[in-house]
Design a protein around this ligand. Structure first.
Ligand code: FDA
Length: 279
């Protein structure tokens, strides 16, 4: 499925290309509009050591090209992509080489947050690397009950945080389920980050989540949005002088990422069906 000829027309709204060079050409167009980038080499749930090392090498290659092109870009990675399910030490070593490479070119590694079983181990790696090199960003999901305490701890350590709503199916005892509850918690956590945090990222396409950050100093935070989602809003915010960073995924392992985007918005299924039928 991931390599089939059906894939490209299906995924091109959300995925910037199969190869690094295709993604970089999308990044240059985005950069020309005054928008910052975080480049994501797609991959997750890796179970073999060689696959984890290959993912690390692909992310190192993207950092190398970011440096060569002078793009205002960070990279986003997932800990299960670089071996957390294989061996935590291997994952840490891989993460450290990425953070060191990012540091060398003045970039940053943003650690996406996966399902709640991974939160403790992900934060442990991020905090260790923050102490060693800086240039990391943690991600916190507003749907988790634990997130207020996690943010207080990250703020104390001055670790920059990306706040998102959360994209995985989580049980009742760990996460708010109702949209109003998730949204209410998002606004509360965003204020906690904007008032006490270190250069937070407000990652959302929801106007009601964007509004509470507006009065804060424009150089003290950034908005983040996904490639292919609410381009109108991205442009508008840049026009108003806000910093906006777009998350640009590329690579062949697009399936889980793509399915999360469809799940977030059922209307996307119709959109995809229409484009498959040539409409
Ligand atoms: P919400 O889902 O309420 O959407 C608000 C509006 O935005 C919709 O009405 C629609 O107009 C538009 N919209 C939202 N999603 C859309 C879509 N897929 N297609 C088209 N329109 C859409 N999650 C996670 O668990 N771990 C992570 O590390 C990250 N990282 C991350 C980085 C960045 C930069 C962003 C923007 C998001 C993430 N996420 C994430 C995903 C996040 O948790 C969440 O699932 C989505 O952002 C959707 O939530 P919104 O805040 O956009 O609100």
């Amino acid at each position: 499925m991931e390599n089939s000829s059906f894939a490209k027309p299906l995924t091109r709204r959300f995925i910037a290309g199969n190869t690094l060079e295709e993604a970089l050409s999308a990044c240059q167009k985005i950069h020309a509009q005054g928008i910052l980038i975080t480049l994501d080499y797609l991959g997750e749930s890796v179970t073999l050591r060689q696959e984890a090392i290959a993912s690390r090498d692909s992310c190192l290659a993207s950092l190398r090209r970011i440096g060569e092109l002078g793009l205002p870009a960070t990279v986003s990675i997932k800990v299960t992509q670089i071996g957390l399910d294989v061996d935590e030490q291997l994952c840490f070593e891989n993460a450290r080489s990425l953070v060191q490479a990012a540091h060398a070119i003045g970039s940053r590694v943003e650690f996406d947050m996966e399902s709640s079983d991974y939160v403790d181990r992900t934060l442990r790696i991020v905090e260790r690397l923050h102490e060693e090199c800086g240039c990391v960003r943690a991600v916190i999901q507003a749907y988790l009950h634990r997130s207020e305490a996690d943010i207080a701890d990250l703020n104390r350590r001055k670790v920059p945080v990306r706040l998102c709503k959360g994209a995985y199916a989580e049980p009742l005892e760990r996460a708010f389920q109702a949209k109003e509850q998730v949204d209410g918690n998002y606004v509360k956590l965003a204020k906690q980050l904007l008032e006490e945090g270190a250069y937070p990222a407000i990652a959302t396409h929801d106007d009601n989540m964007i509004a509470p950050a507006r009065p804060f100093p424009k150089d003290g935070f950034e908005y983040q949005m996904l490639y292919g989602v609410r381009r109108d809003l991205q442009q508008r915010l840049v026009g108003e002088g806000y910093r906006v960073r777009v998350y640009v995924p590329y690579g062949e392992a697009w399936y889980p990422y793509f399915m999360r985007r469809l799940a977030e918005r059922p209307a996307n299924v119709l959109f995809i069906l229409r484009s498959m039928l040539g409409g």
